[in-house]
Design a protein around this ligand. Structure first.
Ligand code: ADP
Length: 737
């Protein structure tokens, strides 16, 4: 079927033709004949790189030509930017929504295509973004992630809410191979397009004793080094290929890249530009190791790295500079980086409480599906490394020939369901229990589980909790959210998190209020000081926030325990919740995370934090991002429920954002001033806005350079001209609204 014959507008057809895309692939043809351009819902279950995104893009342009609005939902923020860049090349008005979770972002509605994560769409729904009611086409990328334990429930509710708002909307769900596509399609009221067709053939095999067994065919691999995984890559590179190697831990990814670089060193001249770029982005040992390895064409890729480092690696793999990437499975789920040979070295992974477990077949497929670069490779190869002959035989059945797992609903988690029930009440989707049950009837969860009894009991428990925590009221069967409940829903934090925060903050607020009422000034001062130590230290607040279900906590190793015990001994008085024998592992995770964040705001340098806690810079970044959302939310809650804490929380969130001690706060409010420059100014006795003015432009530029000094003084002049409030920032506006 010719692209030029499709109703997608001349501009898009021309853009495709320029890229050599003139005819549809067979599964794409099937999508067209299944009603792609007639508004039919489709579940497209075809292998990676066989043209799913292109089908979605064609459908979106068809809608745009009829004045429709398209929402493209992705699982990861990084994927949102990738799709934004891809779609922007072809003329549509595109918006990307990945920002803060309590904004309505009305401007987004002016676009024809809006790309967003499911969390962002859910928060837009909660904050009442009106344009969501006019979505005519919903694309669900990686729709099998409805089964993801931490994100699946949000995706499921977003789909359900959007269908409720827009009954006529076309849904196009793109998915990897799943075990129960008919059932999933049934829920979506969609036609299933299922195919195993691939643009580049895929051979799947098992490596054992220097040979790959591709079914009947056997391929010998020359053992150049004593490492089988390295030999498999060298064999592919010598014929012009590139490899992805999947391993089960960050440490394994790094050590493999080191061995690989060692093996490539004699073969390849160094890549000085790439090495230099990565050296510039490196603040830690890990970053330096990455620079050295990548200089020889081998790199690693995992969630502990900085975004900037990952972007450099991806780009240089695409342009062929890097020959091998070893990765934890983050890469398989995320970006589109095909390679001629994919080596699945570790098919077992550690799972807390269960030991080493085989990875799911769906994950294997997703990794294997990366094999074969269209137009570059004659075929792709996915290779599992067997530890023994017996294991090798088992791997065929366990992965290559096994059916993929079914997708199921994740709304069976009460914590998650509670947040969703609150949001349904707060946003007026439902007004009483019957409507709530009716609404939930539309979910995938109910499609799979028709028994009503269990759901009724669960809903009763949830409503009881929401009433007793003050988030909703029930009057004459009518459910409505309180002001506090609406705030929690808009802030997009779990009601259980909000309840922990409110209970703790109110408790210490009340203590203070009582003290104020009952004691003399001297007594008050004395008592308040000691109270403050107990209730208000940074570590106390951080520990309290790390206990909430919204905070992802760091893994605790045996070697961490002595450090944690000493800290606990020294700071026990400041902690809001203790460490109990029954939940020791969880409590220590909380404590370790709070300690790490406390180091961060005490200006301990990144390298030391990484070493002390055995983590990467990416982990610091992720933890800071989540705690900052909680600090922001807690500050909003405090403003309503426990005002005495608001200032402390606000200061703490600014300190967290910049990684600074309290004394630098007046300086980081300037746009170009972060952790390092503020410290430099402070150490030169320039500590406040008055000091800056007194020191003058010349002295300040000696300390932090002319450009930064100019920017500071421009800002001072501007704001003095405004309202005299020098330090007003975007954050002030948010926190004080
Ligand atoms: P998927 O979303 O299934 O991973 P994509 O839609 O991203 O696959 O397509 C993978 C690659 O194949 C892209 O570079 C895309 O431009 C190209 N492609 C898609 N459809 C065709 C086609 N009909 N003819 C030629 N190339 C195509």
């Amino acid at each position: 079927m010719r692209i030029s014959s499709l109703p997608i507008g001349a501009a898009l057809a021309e853009a495709y033709e320029k890229r050599g895309i003139t005819d549809l692939y067979p599964p794409q043809e099937e999508c067209v004949s299944s009603g792609l351009f007639e508004g039919a819902n489709l579940l497209i279950s075809i292998p990676t790189a066989s043209g799913k995104t292109l089908v979605a893009e064609m459908a979106m342009h068809h809608h745009i030509s009829g004045n429709g609005k398209c929402l493209y939902v992705v699982p990861l923020r990084a994927l949102a930017s990738e799709k934004f860049d891809e779609f922007s090349e072809r003329g549509a008005k595109i918006g990307i929504a990945t920002g803060d979770l309590d904004r309505r972002d009305d401007y987004l509605g002016r676009n024809e295509i809006i790309i967003a994560t499911s969390e962002k769409v859910d928060s837009l729904l909660r904050n009442g973004a009106g344009w969501l009611k006019s979505v005519s086409c919903l694309i669900l990328d990686e729709a099998h992630l409805i089964d993801s334990p931490d994100r699946g429930a949000t995706l499921e509710m977003v789909i359900t809410k959007l269908r409720y708002l827009n009954p006529e909307m076309q849904i196009i769900a793109l998915t990897a191979t799943i075990g129960n596509p008919k059932i999933f399609a049934g829920w979506l009221n969609a036609t299933l397009v299922k195919s195993e067709w691939r643009p580049v053939d895929l051979k799947e095999g098992i490596f054992y004793r220097n040979s790959i067994f591709f079914g009947e065919e056997l391929k010998a691999i020359t053992p150049v080094t004593k490492h089988e995984d390295v030999n498999l890559c060298l064999d592919c590179i010598k014929d012009g290929g590139q490899c992805l190697v999947f391993v089960n831990s960050r440490r394994n990814a790094e050590s493999f890249a080191k061995r690989m670089a060692q093996a490539l060193k004699p073969e390849k001249s160094e890549l000085p530009d790439l090495k230099k770029k990565l050296e510039e982005a490196a603040d830690t040992e890990m970053g330096k190791t990455l620079a050295v390895c990548a200089g020889y064409g081998a790199a690693f890729h995992h969630a502990g790295m900085k975004r900037e480092q990952r972007a450099i690696i991806e780009k240089n793999f695409r342009n062929g500079n890097i020959k091998v990437i070893s990765s934890t499975p983050t890469l398989a789920a995320g970006l589109n980086l095909p390679a001629r040979r994919v080596v699945i070295r570790d098919y077992l992974r550690f799972k807390a409480g269960e030991g080493m477990q085989a990875i799911p077949v769906r994950e294997y497929r997703q990794m294997a599906g990366r094999a074969g670069r269209p137009h570059l490779d004659p075929y792709g190869e996915a290779v599992l490394i067997a530890k023994s002959e017996e294991v090798g035989a088992g791997l065929y059945e366990e992965f290559i020939e096994a059916p993929a797992e079914d997708v199921k609903s994740r709304l069976d988690d009460n914590y998650i369901l509670t947040g969703q029930v609150l949001s349904l009440i707060a946003t007026g989707f439902v007004k009483n229990k019957e409507e709530l049950a009716e609404f939930l009837d539309r979910t995938f969860y109910r499609y799979l589980n028709r028994s009503m009894k269990h759901l009724e009991e669960t809903l009763d428990e949830i409503i009881d909790f929401l009433v007793s925590s003050g988030m909703i009221t029930v009057i004459d069967d009518c459910l409505s959210a309180t002001r506090y409940g609406s705030l929690v829903s808009r802030l997009y934090i779990n009601p259980y998190s909000a309840d922990i925060i409110t209970t703790e903050l109110k408790y210490s607020d009340r203590t203070e209020a009582e003290i104020t009422d009952d004691l003399t000034i001297t007594e008050l001062k004395h008592t308040k000081d000691s109270e403050e130590i107990k209730s208000f230290t940074d570590i106390g607040l951080l520990q309290m926030l790390c206990v909430t279900p919204d905070m992802y906590t760091l893994f605790v190793r045996k070697s961490d325990i002595p450090m944690l015990e000493i800290f606990l001994y020294e700071h026990e008085d400041e902690l809001w919740s203790g460490v109990s024998y029954d939940s020791m592992e969880e409590d220590f995770r909380v404590l370790k995370t709070a300690m790490m964040l406390n180091d961060w705001i005490s200006e301990v340098n990144e390298e030391t934090v990484c070493k002390r806690y055995n983590i990467g810079p990416g982990d610091i970044h992720n933890s800071v991002e989540s705690i900052n959302w909680l600090l922001y939310s807690a500050s909003g809650i405090a403003a309503m429920m426990a005002p005495l804490h608001k200032k402390h929380l606000y200061d703490l969130s600014l300190r967290m954002k910049h990684g600074i001690k309290k004394e630098l706060l007046p300086l980081v409010k300037f746009r170009n001033i972060g952790r390092v420059r503020a410290r430099r100014l402070y150490n030169n006795n320039i500590r406040t806005v008055t000091d800056l003015k007194k020191a003058g432009y010349d002295k300040v530029s000696l300390v932090i350079g002319q450009k930064n000094a100019k920017s500071i003084f421009d800002e001072i002049i501007r704001s003095e001209g405004d309202d005299g409030n020098v330090n007003r920032t975007h954050d002030d506006e948010i926190f004080n609204k």
